[in-house]
Every structure is written in C-alpha cells, then in structure tokens.
Write a protein that binds this ligand. Structure first.
Ligand SMILES: [Zn+2]
Length: 433
C-alpha cells in the first residue's frame, strides 16, 4: 500500500445497485464483479477496473476472495461485550441481572476508554465498519466511544443514554442533567469527523414523559440528529409500557407523541407491532433495526420482516450485542433466515446482505458514504474467504449458482472468514494466518 493510501484491491467484488426483491434469488440488484480491481485513493473508492491497473497503483492481491462493503450494524451496545452470552433471562430480568451492573462501570474513564477501544476493534475484526451504538448513561462512555471511533476513522452514530427512572441509582440521570450533558456531547461530537449524535432513549419505561419530551425537542430543533431506542421487543415490556403510558395508542405512539418518530429514528426490534404502527413507521421513514440473534437468545419473539416490508418500513440488520450472541453480521443473517423460515418466509442471501450494507446505509441517510463499492464512497471495505474449513469448502465447490454460494457463505461463515478490513482506506484488521 502506498503511503498516501492509494492501492488497488484484487478480488471478487460484490455489492448492490438497488434493493433486491423479497424472495428473489435472481435479481438485477446484485452487482458481482469477479476478478476485478477496486481502486482506493485518499480513503475513498476511486473506481473499479476489470484489468490490473498501472504502476501508480500498489496492488493488494486477494484473487478468489470476496470483497464487500464493510457491514453496518444498526444497533449494538458498546458496554455489553462484557455480558454477551449470559445465561437464563428474558429482557427485563436480563437488564437488571446482567446489563445494568456492567454499565455502571463505564462512569469511570479508566474503564470506559479501554472498553470502547476493545469494542470498536472487535467490531472491525467481525467485518463491521460502521455502527449505531448505545453506550451508557455516562458522558464518559460517550466521549470514550467517539474518541476511539475518531482515532480509527470509523462512522459511528451514538449518544448518551437517557434514563431517569426504573433503573439503579448509579445509572439514572435527570431531565436537567441529561439535557445539559446532551448539549455538551452533541456540541463536541455531532458532525465531527465521521461521528453523528443520536438522541438515545434506552426505552420508554426508563424515561419519564418529561425526559422523552426533552429528547423530542432536541430532534425538532436539529433535524440532523439521529434518534435510537428500543421498541416492542418483548411482551412483558409491551405490557409495562401500556401501564406506564395509558394515554398512548401503542408503544410506538409513546415515542411518536414525544416527537421521537422521524426519518432519522432507529428502533431496535419492533417485534410486537400492529398495522397502524407499521404504517406510522413507514410514513415517518424510520427504520427497524432487526436483531435476530438477540430475539432468539432472549426469547423475545419472531420479527415479521414481511409485514414490515409490505408496509414500506425500512429494515436494517443488527447484532444487539450483548442480547445478541455475536458481533458477526453473518451469524446474525443466518439467524434472520431461521426466524423467517419459522414464519414460512424465505430470506435470500441478497436481502440479508443488502440489509447489512446498502439497505442500512440508505435507511440512515448515508447511502453516498457507505454500504456500496460505488466510486466516491468512503473505502470501508472487507475481504473475506468464501470458505474456511472442509465442510464450507466442499459446499462452495458443489454450489451451482452465485446465490447458492453466497447463501452457504452467509450460513456457514463467521468472523474467522475475514481476511482484511479497511476503514476509510486504512487497514484496520488483518487475520493472522
Ligand atoms: Zn439493544
């Protein structure tokens, strides 16, 4: 690689030029360019060439390997790496038993800073180069995360968790302190480098109506702000929200009434919704961050992707670690397929891969920056082995179509298949072989 970050990456280039139709394995939305060269210059994708470029382009040789845009994880909790794979609870117990104790430690910079660095390095080592991240209620955790992302040149959307009731005293803020800290953090990080600020409501039960209204005012005053929260993940949670907010028509309506339902809203889960909710999400242009491994692990429910699609709701894919059991978007795709199979639907590899690349990028309003191998995009790019181990290798050998190969890859691969990951054209992960 040249010192100025100019290089040509050789491999089998795969991305999407549009949204693949549901259930269609043969689709013009897929752009597969085997044996091509991806030209990277100054941190951006400069173009693609069918022939090896000239001497001005140092070559990075990955012939026979897959080259994809880095994955986008639309919902993941940075402090929860420490509680991934924790036994025996559903959502509400899981929060009090495992999650809240882990989050308390992030009040201290001495804990939050190395933890944020570890989290982001782990994301990249799983092939995820951009993410919508939930840190903790503490400003230290937000500063640590954005600072570590800036060092790595990563596209991160995050914000201080808002939580002024129904949580341990060490994790509770107030409307006033939350407003002050949010203003400071937003001033420090929103639009700085590749960082963007998200109003981060943990979920309706842990914020008072006054705090939700405060968050809504931020969104109204600055439409460039994102909003992230949880929505209708689990039935006990939905019942609790109904008790706490009897005036709202539905769980989603709690957020809508507070001004938190808009085109930059990212709602994790969205399992227990009705048609009116889906119509409202679609009309707002908001997205659901579908979190398959988390939904299975916590026994939360089976996401109705097809119903969301039919209503016109954007759906992106998320790991939701630590409720989710892997940062690998591939493992989450494999789980997403199984959830749809239980509903009698078929999730194609194309639709799954799209939801973790171009689809997520577009839903976040970042389609010109990430999610494709289009010239002009930031060079967030990953190189993958199609097969690791004898079973996957054999499966790839006997596959007859591109979809069959990519579906086997999506089902069998994980982070061990990742060979290199580039963030803004810089090598940030390389597998030890
Ligand atoms: Zn979550």
């Amino acid at each position: 690689m040249a010192p100025d970050g100019r290089f040509a990456l050789h491999g089998d280039l795969l991305d999407f030029v549009s949204t693949p139709a549901w259930g269609s394995v043969d689709t013009p939305a897929v752009r597969f360019r085997p044996d091509h060269w991806l030209l990277v210059d100054g941190g951006r994708i400069a173009g693609v060439a069918a022939e090896a470029p000239g001497e001005g382009w140092p070559r990075v040789e990955h012939g026979g390997r897959l080259v994809l845009p880095g994955f986008v994880d639309s919902h993941v909790h940075s402090p929860q790496i420490d509680v991934i794979a924790s036994y025996g609870t559903e959502l509400l117990d899981w929060l009090t038993t495992h999650t809240f104790p882990a989050e308390v430690r992030h009040r201290e910079a001495a804990h939050a800073e190395p933890s944020a660095a570890h989290f982001l390095d782990a994301l990249v080592a799983h092939g995820t180069t951009a993410a919508v991240v939930v840190p903790t209620v503490h400003a230290t955790s937000v500063d640590a995360l954005f600072a570590a992302a800036e060092t790595r040149g990563m596209r991160i959307i995050a914000g201080k968790v808002l939580m002024d009731r129904n949580a341990p005293a060490d994790l509770v803020d107030s409307v006033e302190s939350a407003e002050r800290e949010t203003r400071e953090l937003k001033g420090r990080w929103h639009g700085r480098g590749r960082g963007a600020y998200a109003m981060t409501v943990r979920f309706a039960p842990t914020s008072t109506p006054a705090q939700l209204a405060m968050a809504g005012r931020f969104c109204r005053d600055d439409p460039s702000l994102y909003m992230q929260t949880h929505l209708a993940e689990n039935r006990a949670e939905v019942a609790w929200v109904k008790e706490l907010f009897p005036e709202a028509r539905s769980y989603l309506d709690v957020y809508a009434r507070a001004g938190l339902l808009h085109a930059k809203s990212v709602f994790a889960h969205g399992i227990w919704l009705d048609d009116a909710d889906r119509a409202a999400l679609a009309e707002a242009g908001a997205q659901i961050a579908h979190s398959p491994s988390s939904n299975l692990f916590l026994g939360s429910g089976l996401f109705g992707w097809r119903a969301a699609l039919d209503a016109g709701v954007h759906v992106s894919l998320a790991s939701d670690v630590g409720g989710g059991t892997s940062l690998s978007m591939l493992r989450n795709m494999a789980d997403a397929y199984k959830i749809q199979a239980l509903a009698g639907e078929r999730l194609t590899a194309w639709r799954a891969l799209h939801a973790a690349t171009r689809g997520a990028a577009e839903a976040l309003g970042l389609g010109a920056e990430i999610g494709t191998l289009e010239a002009g995009s930031v060079a967030d790019v990953c190189v993958w082995d199609e097969a690791v181990g004898s079973v996957a290798t054999r499966r790839a050998e006997v596959a007859r179509s591109l979809h069959e190969r990519m579906f086997a890859w999506m089902t069998l691969a994980d982070e061990r298949n990742l060979v290199q990951a580039f963030v803004a054209g810089r090598l940030r992960f390389e597998r030890d072989d």
